[in-house]
Design a protein around this ligand. Structure first.
Ligand code: ATP
Length: 137
C-alpha cells in the first residue's frame, strides 16, 4: 500500500465541493488515513510549492493557496499516488483533465484546479511530514 498527500484547495472548500470530492475518493477505494481543515500560512504554502519558486505563477499560487482554508488528507491504497492523480485529472482542467475526473468535471482554470495530489513516493513523504508533522509515515 502507498500513501499520498491530498489537498482540497481553497476553491474546492469555498465552492462547497468537499463532500463531492471525498465521495469520489471513497468510491475509488482509497482509504482516508488522516483528514483536517487547515488555515495555510505563507511559510507552509512556500514550502509545499518550493519546486515552483522560480515560476512566473508562484506569487499568485501562494496568494491563492493561502486565501482560505484547505482540506488536507493522507490517503492510502495500492498505487495510491497514481490512483488519486487519475481521479483528479490533468493539471489543466480543460486541456488535460478528462470528463469524469474531479478537475475535468468541476474546474475551468489551471490555477483553480481544486485538488493537489503528491506526484511520487518522495514527494508524498515530504508533503505528509509537512502537512501532518504529528503523523508518522
Ligand atoms: P498539484 O501539484 O497541485 O497536484 P499538478 O502536479 O497537477 O498540481 P504542478 O505543475 O505541480 O501541477 O502545478 C502545481 C499547481 O500550480 C497546479 O495545480 C496549479 O494550481 C498551479 N499552476 C500550475 N501551472 C500553472 C499556470 N501555468 N498558471 C497558474 N497556475 C498554475
Amino acid at each position: 500500500t502507498e500513501q499520498t498527500l491530498v489537498l482540497i484547495k481553497p476553491d474546492g472548500v469555498a465552492r462547497g465541493l468537499v463532500g463531492e470530492i471525498i465521495t469520489r475518493i471513497e468510491r475509488k477505494g482509497l482509504k482516508i488515513a488522516a483528514l483536517k481543515l487547515v488555515n495555510v500560512s505563507e511559510e507552509l504554502a512556500a514550502q509545499h510549492y518550493a519546486e515552483h519558486a522560480e515560476k512566473p505563477f508562484f506569487g499568485s499560487l501562494i496568494e491563492f493557496i493561502t486565501s482560505g482554508p484547505v482540506v488536507a488528507a493522507v490517503l492510502e491504497g495500492p498505487r495510491g499516488i497514481a490512483a488519486f492523480r487519475q481521479i483528479a485529472g490533468g493539471t489543466d482542467p480543460v486541456e488535460k483533465a478528462v470528463p469524469g475526473s474531479i478537475r475535468g468535471d468541476y474546474a475551468l482554470e489551471t490555477q483553480y484546479n481544486l485538488v493537489h495530489g503528491s506526484d511520487s513516493p518522495e514527494s508524498a513523504k515530504r508533503e505528509i511530514s509537512l502537512w501532518f508533522p504529528e503523523f508518522t509515515l
